[in-house]
Design a protein around this ligand. Structure first.
Ligand code: HEC
Length: 158
């Protein structure tokens, strides 16, 4: 039977314990998927709870009316705030990175303001901070995507 010398055995064990420096964190979702499955639904969970719609009965306030409703709005903002970090992970940040990170940090900053507004159940502040949050999406898209976001029907068919 082949036997390892004690020293070789230690070397094998040490090698097995080495962390993989290439992978500081999971970045398996590409940018498009991160946007579609994380950033976008979280932002909409927030936006859904603000503003008014016109119905046949007149203006209808979209603000939540239950504790769970307010929590869902706040959860959305919290997720967007954390997503700002996900955008800055090595492998995700795009060039020029300094500017990319500036948008990502601004996304977090404004999402935290939005979260605070939802926590206070302040309807006007939820509406206002939601608008300010949207400005960051548009600004980054204008810089890094291709001009302003296209409406669904204008998107090239895949
Ligand atoms: C730091 C930059 C940045 C910020 C901030 C940002 N995005 Fe994006 N977003 C991108 C990039 C880059 C793409 C294009 C994806 C690609 O290149 O594959 C994109 C694409 C998208 C798409 C389209 C995906 C598709 O189907 O093609 C949606 C939807 C989207 N973003 C939503 C949002 C929303 C909502 C916000 C704000 C809450 C936001 N994004 C904030 C960079 C950003």
């Amino acid at each position: 039977m082949h036997r390892l010398t004690p020293l070789a055995a230690v070397a094998v064990l040490l090698a097995a314990c080495q962390p993989k420096p290439e992978q500081p964190a999971y970045t398996g979702l590409d940018m498009q998927e991160l946007m579609v499955h994380v950033v976008d639904p979280a932002a909409f969970a927030f936006w859904r709870g603000s503003g008014y719609v016109l119905t046949e009965e007149g203006e209808q306030d979209l603000s939540p009316t239950t504790e769970e409703g307010w929590k869902a709005v706040e959860d959305g903002a919290a997720t967007v705030a954390e997503a700002g970090n996900l955008l800055m992970l090595p492998g995700r940040a795009r060039e020029p990175a300094a500017e990319w990170n500036k948008y990502a940090k601004l996304l977090t900053e404004r999402a935290l303001e939005a979260k605070a507004a939802a926590e206070k159940k302040d309807r006007k502040a939820v509406f206002d901070t939601g608008g300010r949050l949207y400005e960051v999406c548009v600004a980054c898209h204008e810089k890094y995507v291709i001009g302003p976001m296209l409406a669904d029907e204008q998107k090239p068919k895949k």
